[in-house]
Design a protein around this ligand. Structure first.
Ligand SMILES: Nc1ncnc2c1ncn2[C@@H]1O[C@H](COP(=O)(O)OP(=O)(O)OP(=O)(O)O)[C@@H](O)[C@H]1O
Length: 232
């Protein structure tokens, strides 16, 4: 059998085994995630739903290497995140992950293309190569014409598209999106969802999206539900 394959199926890109996450208040544990076991196949587009406070963002952050589980193991893109140092985790995030949040988090003093270039400042790429890649990412999200615009000159939907361009400029394997349409009207939300679908289908990105929006979840290929720290 070829390495990386099990029963002829591609090895999952996310593998969580018995993952738990607790916070401690006055030495009393508050269990947020109980005992999560999850396989996400490469190339899938999954939505994570569940009541407020059920641990959706916590779970997404563990998968993305932004946080660490209290117990269990998390393998993502072939690497055991639980064994990594903080520096290794930071490198893992910048190489493997693309982040999209509800708040677009664009720098107001930078233009669209400069915002998209930001993650590339951590690489050895030349300034002209950085600019070229940022332009390509803006073309993918349909905003090439708005390259020189500042965030305040863009609509909410356009700002989120710039944020998506910034998330894909490193060519990540996995995109994590936490309520990507939470602040948008229906039409702009639908444009963002169409873009995520394109990134999944055409660019083969694995996408994990936390959402409260049933219409957003419907566009994903798999919907999982989290309730009181357990997945169904
Ligand atoms: N750093 C922290 N310290 C203590 N408790 C925390 C911390 N981060 C999250 N929590 C708690 O963990 C629980 C789950 O939070 P999380 O943000 O993952 O939920 P969620 O399902 O994403 O909620 P929402 O849909 O409202 O965003 C909440 O009760 C929250 O208060």
């Amino acid at each position: 059998m070829t390495e990386g394959y099990r029963d002829g199926k591609p090895k999952p890109i996310v593998e969580l085994q018995g993952v738990g996450k607790s916070y401690f208040r006055d030495k009393e544990p508050i269990v947020v995630l109980d005992n999560i076991t999850l396989d996400v196949p490469e190339g899938s587009y999954e939505a994570l739903m569940g009541p407020s406070g059920s641990g959706k963002s916590t779970l997404l952050n563990l998968i993305a290497g932004l946080d660490r589980p209290t117990r269990g193991t998390a393998r993502v893109a072939g690497q055991d995140l639980t064994r990594m140092s903080d520096g290794e985790l930071a490198r893992f995030r910048s190489r493997t992950m693309g982040f999209i949040f509800q708040a677009y988090n664009l720098m107001p003093v930078l233009t669209a293309v400069e915002n998209v270039e930001l993650p590339l400042l951590l690489t050895n790429l030349s300034a002209s190569e950085r600019r070229k890649r940022a332009q390509t990412a803006l073309r993918v999200v349909g905003l090439e014409e708005r390259m020189g615009h500042y965030p305040r000159q863009l609509s909410g939907g356009q700002e989120q598209r710039v944020a998506i361009a910034r998330a894909i400029v490193n060519d990540p394997t996995i995109i994590v999106a936490d309520e990507p349409t939470g602040d948008l009207d229906r039409k702009s939300a639908d444009e963002i969802l169409a873009l995520l679908e394109k990134l999944n289908k055409e660019f083969k990105k694995t996408i994990l999206m936390v959402t409260h929006d049933p219409q957003a979840a419907e566009r994903a290929t798999v919907t999982r539900r989290l309730d009181k720290g357990n997945l169904s």
